[in-house]
Design a protein around this ligand. Structure first.
Ligand code: PLP
Length: 281
């Protein structure tokens, strides 16, 4: 069910190894790793999944697919959905609708929304935290570690990946014998360290700082440019996380890298639309 190739990639005259988790099926990227635990087991009691987060999240789309495969109802809490998105559904939102998601708009935000959703748990309901920040994700991420460990040792590589909640980087570092390096894209490095202590602490990834401070989800012309250059070099990466990831990699001139492509390409549809509107690309 899992297993993806490692392919060579030349970018700005440097050679990289890319772990192509974007090619995984039935849904891709690190969400495939995170939700593998649920995909491979039977849960006779479970009838629905409830989760929450942004209206274009990769995790939302992946969960909609998981629920479709499992025959579970999928209820998802989010903040206000813009009317242009309702009128022109696209990207993760559109695909999730096609998979039968029931989206509830809520005025609750941040921890208030999280506590409300956690309170909806009952014996027929699985609650999944925003972005899949859950201990169950260790199982699938350990499989990823097992797939690349020998390769990294043989080629003397470090592993690099950009972080949201940091869950993927944390469990990779836990199960790999080589160094894992990450850059925070959602919070700062303090936020990442806090997430890692929630997940169990111990061996943690190395953190490198981005070239400048970015606000997650905001549009930056230089990030779009990096993303486009990567695409022209032959691989479409994610515009939210990977554009920061690659800029950071180049900024610190990190060499001998296995880069984890964590998927998210479907989310680019809405990001590119926003860039077009703002910068006229
Ligand atoms: C979800 C996601 C991330 C963040 O993963 P974390 O485990 O939360 O750090 C990074 N890249 C892509 C493409 C994602 O979809």
């Amino acid at each position: 069910m899992l297993s993806s190739p490692i392919t060579p990639f030349i970018f700005k005259q440097n050679f990289y190894h890319i772990k192509r988790d974007d090619l995984l099926k039935p849904f891709e990227g690190n969400k495939a790793r995170k939700f593998y635990y649920f995909l491979k087991r039977d849960f006779p009691e479970i009838k629905r999944v409830i989760s929450f987060g942004s209206n274009q999240s990769n995790a939302m789309y992946s969960l909609s697919k998981l629920c479709k495969i499992k025959g579970w109802e999928f209820i998802y809490y989010t903040n206000h959905i813009p009317s242009f998105l309702k009128q022109n559904p696209h990207g993760n939102y559109f695909e999730a609708l096609k998979n039968g998601i029931k989206i509830v708009e809520s005025d609750l935000r941040g921890d208030k929304l999280r506590e409300f959703v956690l309170g909806l748990k009952d014996k027929n309901t699985l609650i999944i935290e925003e972005g899949g920040r859950i201990k169950e994700s260790e199982e699938g991420i350990k499989i990823l570690a097992d797939e690349i460990n020998e390769y990294c040792i043989k080629h003397n590589l470090k592993v690099f990946l950009p972080s949201g909640t940091g869950t993927t980087a944390y469990f990779l570092s836990k199960h790999l014998d080589v160094e894992v390096i990450t850059v925070p894209c959602v919070g700062d490095s303090e936020y990442l360290k806090k997430q890692w202590s929630f997940l169990g602490g111990g061996k943690i990834p190395a953190i490198v700082e981005p070239k400048r401070k970015y606000y997650f989800g905001k549009l930056y012309k230089n990030l779009y440019d990096v993303w486009l250059e990567l695409k022209n070099a032959g691989i479409e990466f994610d515009l939210l996380y990977d554009a920061i990831g690659w800029e950071t990699l180049l900024y610190h001139n990190l060499q001998n890298i296995l880069y984890i492509h964590q998927g998210g390409v479907l989310g680019n549809i809405s990001m590119v639309k926003r860039y077009k509107r703002k910068f006229g690309y």
